[in-house]
Design a protein around this ligand. Structure first.
Ligand code: DGL
Length: 275
């Protein structure tokens, strides 16, 4: 049986497009409805109650569009608001961005020393540490908030000395501690994969949470028999909603996504779900 309904994708802005890119690569038949709260971006410096309230508003706009699954393509929302969204979702499956990356890291680390970088809210929540320790209680988890990487990505400074210095500044301690597996716990970070790998060296494996989140979407759709037909989906059939069009969107979105983004529309999260 196939299910032609779209997958909902929730994000605080545009970083979740790195998850979309992986979903489209893995499952080209799927249609997507993306909602990014660009008007209130970033979420990662905000208090938990605010993130939860914004996230529920966004989730409500997507649940109202007959989605078959919701993927929270934002580590900050996943770390802070996943349970609240799941309670609200009732029978729609919800996939967050934290657990897939945590699982992948536990499988890959040889020395059981895992590093996590993300926003202040993601790191403060301890969501990765809890998820990893639940899978392997002997694993050591080292977490660092690396918020300054987000504006560098937004400015598309992927291959720049300032970015290299910033990555070194944030990661030298993890390198010293012998971390052998690093989770990029923010959907903005995949464009920095090369500069991070160049800084930490090949001994440290890097886990891209966007990629593992997309793989989880594929696994769950397959297990629940909710996949679409292989044709009829993809970018051309998908819709991308933003609460505001940022000034730099035109240049930035294709870079995040690898190609121009079709069907961009505006949406309001206002009047959405309350906690
Ligand atoms: N997309 C967010 C994440 O993955 C980062 C941006 C924000 O702070 O809203 O954590």
């Amino acid at each position: 049986m196939s299910d032609p309904r779209p997958i909902g994708v929730l994000d605080s802005g545009t970083g979740g497009l790195t998850v979309v890119r992986e979903i489209v690569r893995l499952m080209p038949g799927e249609r997507l409805i993306y909602a990014g709260d660009t008007a209130r971006f970033p979420y990662g410096n905000r208090p938990e109650e605010t993130i939860r309230s914004f996230a529920l508003q966004g989730a409500e706009t997507l649940f109202g569009r007959d989605i078959k699954l919701l993927v929270v393509a934002c580590n900050t929302i996943s770390a802070v608001a996943l349970e609240a969204i799941e309670r609200y979702a009732r029978d729609v499956p919800v996939i967050g961005a934290v657990l897939p990356g945590a699982r992948a890291a536990v499988l890959r680390t040889a020395d059981r020393k895992i590093g996590v970088i993300g926003t202040h809210a993601t790191i403060r929540s301890g969501a990765y540490k809890k998820a990893i320790e639940r899978i392997d209680s002997a694993a050591k988890v080292y977490e660092t908030a690396t918020p300054f990487l987000i504006p560098l990505v937004e400015e598309m400074m992927f291959d720049h000395d300032i970015t290299r210095l910033t990555v070194q500044f944030y990661l030298y301690e993890m390198i010293d501690l012998g971390v052998d597996c690093l989770i990029l716990g923010c959907t903005h970070y995949p464009p920095l994969l090369e500069v991070v790998q160049g800084t930490v060296g090949t001994r440290m494996q890097i886990i891209d949470s966007a990629l593992w989140t997309a793989k989880e979407v594929q696994d769950i759709l397959t297990a629940l028999d909710l996949c679409s037909e292989p044709e009829g989906g993809g970018l051309g059939q998908s819709a991308f909603f933003f609460t505001e069009t940022p000034l730099h969107t035109a240049g930035q979105l294709p870079l995040f996504f690898g190609e121009a983004l079709p069907h961009q529309k505006s949406i309001s999260f206002a009047g959405g779900a309350k906690q």
